[in-house]
Structures are given as C-alpha cells and as structure tokens.
Write a protein that binds this ligand. Structure first.
Ligand SMILES: Cc1cc2nc3c(=O)[nH]c(=O)nc-3n(C[C@H](O)[C@H](O)[C@H](O)COP(=O)(O)OP(=O)(O)OC[C@H]3O[C@@H](n4cnc5c(N)ncnc54)[C@H](O)[C@@H]3O)c2cc1C
Length: 496
C-alpha cells in the first residue's frame, strides 16, 4: 500500500480541473507549513470540463494569496479585464432591452443612494430615468472601451474581475502548485475503500496503486466520484428553480479592441455568453434540453455568432445543476463541480470554489484538524449556494419575453424561495428594497446595488402611460451631477 506521504498529515486531491489546482495551490499555501503533505491525482483519460472563462472580483484574492502579479499570470492565460456583464434581450420593456450589471467603484455609494431613491420614485409614477446604466461609473467605462483598472486609485478606484482561457488557467495553476511542492500523480481512480468508521481509507488506481491519505478532496467534476458515488451524499437538484441543463460552446476569432465585459444575450431557449479573451472570443449557449435539442441549440448559436462553417468545432456539455446536501462529510470535502453548480449566468462557480477552499482551511484549523466544525461549514456553503441561486433565478423570473414556451415557463413555472418572493413583493409595491435585503441579511452574497440594478435593468416597474408620469426636477438634477462626476473620472481608466 502506497501512502501519499510519510509526514504527519496528508491531503489527496482527486481531480485536476481548475477546482483541483486551485485547491492544491491554496492548501499548499495555507497548510504545507503546518506539516501537511499535498498530492493531486488526475486521470489523463478523463478530460476537464474545459469551460469557465468568466469570474467575479473575488478571484483577485486568489492571485494575491499566491503572490502572483497580473503580469505573471494574465498573458499566460490569455486573460482580459472584466468590469461587469451586459444583459441583452432579456426584457422586452421599452427602453430596457439591455442593461449593464457593473462591479462597483468608489464613486458608486453616492450614485447608488440617488439610484435607489429614483427607483422608488419611478414606482410612485414620477418621470425619472430609472435605467441603471446612467448611474454607475463602470457602465460608462465599458461604453468607452476603457479597462476597469484605475491608474490613480487615490482619486478613484473600482472593483474588477477577469476573463481567461480555462484550460490555460488550469495549466498555469498546475505549474504553480508544483513549484509550491504539490505532488502530481497521473492515474485513474477505479475503486474507493472505506474504513469501519465510514471514512475513505484509500483509492485504488488503474496502474495498481493504493493511495491513502488523511483528507480526500473530491474534485472529480460533475461525477462527484468520492462524495456522491462512494459516500452516498445526497444531491439536491435545482431543476425546479433553474431549467437550463445543457450548453454548447464554440470559440471564434479574437475581436479587435476588446470591450471589458461579458455579454449575456437571451436567445430562444436560454442565453449565450460572449467573452473577449486576448487570444479568441469565447461563445456558448446555455439552454434547457426540455425545450431545445442539442442540434437546434448548436444551429442557433452558430447563426448568432456567424460561425456557420461546420469545421469550427462545437463542444456540447451536460450540466448538473444543484448542490450536495453536505460538502464536507467524513474525511472528504468536495470542491468544484463535484459539490454543485448553479449555472454560469453570473460566473460564480470559481467564486464558490475559492470560498469553499478558504472556509474549509479555516474550519479545519479552528477545529484543531478534526471534523468539529463540519456542520458549521456545510451550513455556510449551502447558504452560499442558495443565496447565489436566488439572485440567478431572479433574472429568469423577471424576463418579459413571450416568444417561446421556455421564457413563459421561466416566468410562470419556476419555483422561487420565500426570500425571493419577499424581495419581489417589496420591490413591486415600491417599498424600500434595501431595508428588506438587510432584514434578510443577504447583501454579503449580492450587494443591494446588484439587486436594484437587476430589477430596474429588467424594467420591473408598473406599466404607466408616460403622459401620466409626473416630472421630478430634483432627481434629474441629481442625475446631471452624477453624469458630470462620472465624466470627470473616466480619464483615470486607460483604453483597452
Ligand atoms: C457551460 C459552463 C460554463 C461555465 N462558465 C463558468 C464561468 O464563466 N465562470 C466560472 O467561475 N465557472 C464557470 N463554469 C464552471 C467551471 O467550469 C468549473 O467550476 C471549473 O472548471 C472547475 O471544474 P472542476 O475542476 O470541478 O471539474 P473538471 O474540470 O470536470 O475536472 C475534473 C477532474 O477530475 C478528474 N477525474 C475525474 N474522474 C477521475 C478519476 N476516476 N480518477 C482520476 N481523476 C479523475 C478529471 O481528469 C479532471 O481532471 C462553467 C461550467 C459550465 C458547465
């Protein structure tokens, strides 16, 4: 029997996708010096999912934790900056056919206070500009094609994220983890052995190895080989809340002069992403197989992105949307697609991966390397999944398309949580949504600004004949000031 290490404590990560290599790096940084030996085992025959090109600003903590500068990792991963996401064609309401969900900037607190008041005035039949694009710095930066990284953060700063090539990021993280001392084993797990206590004692591989460890990390993707298949942890599907279960991805050539945003455009039975990388453009169609076949999805995507040449390869992917009931069970923790997946609309998967790893390290240490805080951890990760899911569901719930049964079902048949129901009731009755979000204690998952931007951006306002609206001079003056203030500060952000 081969031990993964001979030192005091050992971690075996099974799976070498982005989640596995992120875990390898972060575990190594935070646990190696405490006597942990870390190894990663991956199969050469089972491919990684190969997608995951967008991120949230939280990923910047990964690179800073690993002491990696943008100059070191960005070119290697064909990365670009991301200031937010444009949602196009989700709403058919006049003036709201698209909106931008920005990452925030240091100018936004004041703008947001005005915006919040304005959305309430709009519910009260005042004639005000309640479209979010007018209020936030990042919207203007994107309009002008400026990157969201300030060259004078003492004057103005903004939060930003990145786009990257998922395969290149995986390879980069692999090489970095190896430099940190993580051992890389290329082999395939064919069986898993349990001890009397129900812990995983070892994994058996195709080459005849038996590998033991103290902690096993399931990074085997949607398969969830250790947690679900072996330990029998229940999977809680989000199928009733989110209908999309499939995707097709087709890369196209790089666009000149990239705009630092993801564009999410609603199509007939789902939405397509458009992600600018420095080497190519990432495109994909996320859809529901209950409403659209894979062939038709591919055809629709090809038409939408003008990739009609059948030699341009399309990759079809099945998505398992939901989460495990427990993410840490016995001596195993699931990280990545193995622990669950919401769907890529707001590019939150790697955000969850990162938080899960960080929290796991914190709780393992806090519990003196026992399972003492396992329940606490599982509760926290489940909350994260549920709250992010609610925010994603809101995009579908508030769509106003009626061109297909899919969009009507998203509006009428989707199951929503009581929390989301309360959000909708408060918003639609013109009450203070921020107060409700604070009452629910949900702004650590998505900020109040994000919730307001989504609901206003979709045009979720009472239908009123514009002739019946009352002018509101003060709101217009406040917006004029914001416009001038934003215009004065865009010069601090270089062109892309
Ligand atoms: C359509 C789509 C779009 C997405 N877009 C985004 C996005 O924009 N932003 C974002 O943050 N996330 C996105 N994601 C999620 C993101 O792709 C994943 O979170 C990320 O790639 C991590 O995947 P993983 O490492 O968990 O799994 P995988 O990449 O599937 O890796 C699984 C690994 O397990 C190994 N393995 C499996 N079985 C065995 C075995 N028996 N023995 C040994 N090794 C084994 C495989 O070889 C592989 O190395 C998207 C996902 C999908 C499906």
């Amino acid at each position: 029997m081969e031990q993964v290490n001979s030192s005091q404590r050992s971690i075996l990560i099974v799976g070498g996708g982005t989640a596995g290599w992120m875990a390898a790096n972060l575990f190594s940084k935070s646990l190696s010096h405490l006597g942990f030996d870390i190894a990663l085992l991956e199969s050469a025959n089972i491919p990684t999912v190969g997608v995951g090109e967008g991120s949230t600003p939280y990923i910047r903590h990964l690179f800073s934790a690993l002491d990696l500068t943008e100059d070191e990792w960005m070119p290697a991963c064909s990365a670009t900056y991301k200031g937010g996401i444009t949602f196009a064609d989700w709403s058919t309401k006049k003036g709201f056919n698209q909106y931008f969900h920005p990452f925030s900037s240091s100018l936004d607190q004041q703008s947001f206070d005005v915006f919040r008041q304005v959305t309430m005035l709009r519910h009260g039949n005042y004639q005000v500009d309640a479209h979010p694009n007018s209020y936030f710095l990042q919207s203007e930066l994107v309009k002008q094609g400026r990157i969201p990284k300030s060259n004078d953060t003492s004057v103005v700063d903004s939060i930003y994220a990145y786009h990257f090539d998922a395969t290149k990021l995986g390879l980069f993280l692999k090489s970095h983890a190896e430099q940190l001392g993580v051992r890389h084993i290329v082999d395939e797990v064919i069986d898993v052995k349990l001890s009397h206590s129900g812990d995983i004692s070892s994994v058996l591989t195709t080459s005849g190895r038996t590998l033991t460890a103290d902690i096993f990390v399931d990074c085997t993707g949607f398969k969830a080989l250790l947690m679900e298949k072996t330990l029998g942890v229940k999977f809680c599907s989000f199928k009733d809340n989110l209908f999309n279960d499939s995707a097709v991805a087709i890369p196209t050539a790089k666009k000149e002069g990239y705009v630092p945003q993801t564009i999410s455009t609603a199509l007939s039975n789902g939405w397509k992403w458009d992600i600018p990388l420095s080497s190519r453009t990432g495109n994909g169609y996320v859809y529901s197989s209950d409403f659209l076949s894979a062939d038709l999805a591919e055809r629709e995507l090809r038409q939408a992105i003008n990739a009609n040449d059948p030699n341009i390869e399309a990759r079809h992917i099945k998505m398992k949307v939901g989460r495990l009931e427990k993410h840490w069970y016995k001596n195993c923790v699931a990280i990545g697609l193995s622990q669950g997946f919401i769907e890529p609309l707001e590019a939150t998967a790697l955000h969850i991966v990162q938080l899960s790893i960080e929290q796991f390290v914190e709780q393992v240490k806090r519990g003196d390397y026992t399972n003492k805080y396992q329940d606490f951890y599982n509760h926290g990760v489940n909350h994260l999944f549920e709250h992010i899911r609610d925010y994603i569901v809101l995009h579908y719930l508030t769509n106003s398309r009626s061109d297909t049964d899919y969009w009507k079902a998203c509006r009428n048949d989707i199951k929503i949580s009581d929390r989301l129901q309360a959000v909708m009731e408060v918003w639609c009755s013109g009450q203070d949504l921020e107060k409700e979000l604070n009452r629910q204690q949900v702004t650590q998952y998505y900020s109040s600004m994000s919730w307001h931007v989504l609901l206003a951006g979709m045009g979720v306002f009472p239908q009123i004949n514009s002739a019946e609206l009352t002018e509101h001079q003060q709101a217009q003056q406040a917006l004029n000031q914001i416009t001038q203030y934003i215009a004065k500060h865009t010069k601090y952000f270089p062109m892309s």
